[in-house]
Design a protein around this ligand. Sequence first.
Ligand code: DOR
Length: 381
Amino acid sequence: MNLKLKGANVYVAGTFKKRDLFVTNDCIYSIGSGNEVCVLEFNHGEIIEKKIDSFNNISARVIDLDNSFILPSFCDVHVHFREPGYEYKETIKTGSQASARGGYTTVCTMPNLIPAPVDKKTLDVQLEAIKKDAVINVIPYGAITANQSGRGELSRMREMADYVVAYTDDGLGVQTKDLMKVAMHEAKSLGKIIVAHCEDEEILARGDVRKSEWKQIERDVMLSEETGCPYHVCHVSTKESVEIIREARKSNIDVTCETAPHYLMLNDEKVDYTSGSYKMNPPIKTELDRKALIEGINDGTIGIIATDHAPHSKAEKARGFEGSLNGIVGLETAFSTLYSNLVLKEEISFETLIKCMAANPRKRFDIKESGLAVVILMKNI
Ligand code: DOR
């Protein structure tokens, strides 16, 4: 059935425009105030208008959108779907359904699985589950190391290159400079990005949870400059990390980063240290850190907001703060909580939020989606 959506605010190429939309089986047309007609296309997370000369009015059911917003769908480059290996926590099916509910049409899955994707054979187990059960576009990461352990030998990165979005050992940092350097050389030769969970285990064992993050970022930024390998940092949580990445970007080193909704909305004073719900890695830092992350989002140092959606079973999260497993879910709630807590409180603009959730991740990881403009509609926000 054709639909005419009247009076929408459509996010076109970075700004909101008042439009009526005609939705047919194979196309979405937009009609502006001067009656110019365009076809909507979707390119790397941006809705683009392409002008057309003629348009035959079509019969359609009319829905008055009353200034509701139409946005490009979101892309999350950091999720844990737990299949294969931990299906009691989440499956490709339930994880991708949660993503669709949250407005995502593409997500990238982390490799801390059993088997971990360390070569084509192990990766195939996940690829087959995706083919069978995913309701949106799900693209896996390949592991950096052969045991997905941050140590030892490299995984068979080349074998996986055509099927993975990038390489990471997320959950663990790559512990030595030499190993990270060979990984970067290999990724660069494959035209891929190294994505790093930065956590130096020796520094962490001495109790310095902040330095364990930024010290590895500092090391890797230098390696990225030396090797020319594109480098992306996961879930940045400290002020120092933001500063290092800001300076590296000023020097034109190919480094990007993401942070997660919880680091942007919470600080250590809001954490309930008796509850497993607040247990995640990296842990929530101070208000000064949160403010630095907001500043990083606003000046473009942090271009991507990714959920680090990391479900566990009820029992695994019910053992208090100390005893529970690390991880918080986010796919269904990221947009609405960020909108309420940051946009409405004027810490970041609506446009910046959309850019960090839709276009920036797709551009950085060269994620193309086929088909028509993929949009979500929000009534009465
Ligand atoms: O909180 C986290 N949970 N951080 C990680 O790095 C891994 C993740 C998980 O897999 O549960």
